[in-house]
Design a protein around this ligand. Structure first.
Ligand SMILES: N[C@@H]1[C@@H](O)[C@H](O)[C@@H](COP(=O)(O)O)O[C@@H]1O
Length: 234
């Protein structure tokens, strides 16, 4: 893993934007995208740039089960608002959280991933080391699946909802196996609450208890941190 410790989010997002740009110049056509606060600075750099993404494909990691794309808490809405409205892609895929038929959603998404292998995957990380919505215990060879969110994740994501009771308890997510298929992975993490997960991801044992530790098996991962997220690195 290549680790970049930056002064702050601004510098980190600039680095991520430049790395992504280099990948695109070198032929990346399919971008794996993430939600959450960590990639927001990168999406701001993308929307304020003159780069045209309309020939590229985007594939998002995950979506809450039970939310319509028009729901302001859905990841569809998040992506539309923060990126796609300003920078449309040729095609953008996000799991259909409004479809309760999990098999249908999962098979369709796995087909999409097989048709459009991801060149560069943007990732955040949960405080408990989850990637996408792959909670501790998820097998490293997992493909798209439906998950029950852990109380830690529900609490962490409650900040985006009126109360933690409003946070959906299930999600559809790309699996760890799907994520590891990407040619290049750029993981962004900021702030003290991420420090422990980041240290375990980089220096800890490779274990399903820390989903992000699977990234130690990948040959081309760039981790971009601020000083707080890097503060527990040995
Ligand atoms: N499913 C998303 C993850 O993809 C994201 O990495 C994580 C961290 O969010 P944040 O970047 O806001 O800390 O939140 C959610 O659980």
């Amino acid at each position: 893993m290549k680790i970049l410790v930056t002064k702050n989010k601004e510098e980190a997002s600039k680095n991520a934007f430049e790395l992504l740009q280099t990948d695109i110049i070198n032929g990346a056509q399919v971008l794996g995208l993430a939600t959450g606060s960590s990639p927001l600075g990168l999406y701001q750099k993308m929307t304020s740039s003159s780069v045209d993404y309309s020939n590229l494909i985007s594939i998002n990691l995950d979506e809450y089960v039970g939310l319509k794309p028009t729901d302001p808490q859905s990841y569809h809405y998040f992506m539309e608002h923060h990126l796609f409205a300003q920078k449309p892609f040729a095609k953008s895929f996000i799991p259909d959280g409004s479809n309760p038929n999990a098999d249908e959603v999962i098979n369709h998404y796995n087909q999409i991933l097989a048709t459009y292998p991801i060149d560069t995957q943007i990732l955040g990380i949960g405080n408990n080391g989850h990637i996408g919505f792959n909670e501790p215990g998820t097998p490293f060879n997992s493909q798209t699946h439906q998950v029950k969110l852990t109380p830690t994740t529900i609490n962490a994501n409650a900040r985006f909802f009126t109360s933690s009771n409003d946070v959906p308890t299930e999600a559809y997510t790309m699996g760890i196996g799907s994520i590891l298929q990407a040619n290049h992975i750029i993981l962004l993490a900021f702030g003290k609450p991420k420090a422990d997960a980041i240290n375990k991801m980089i220096n800890g044992k490779i274990t399903t208890r820390v989903p992000a530790s699977a990234l130690q098996k990948h040959p081309n991962v760039t981790v971009i941190l601020d000083e707080q997220a890097a503060s527990k690195l040995a």
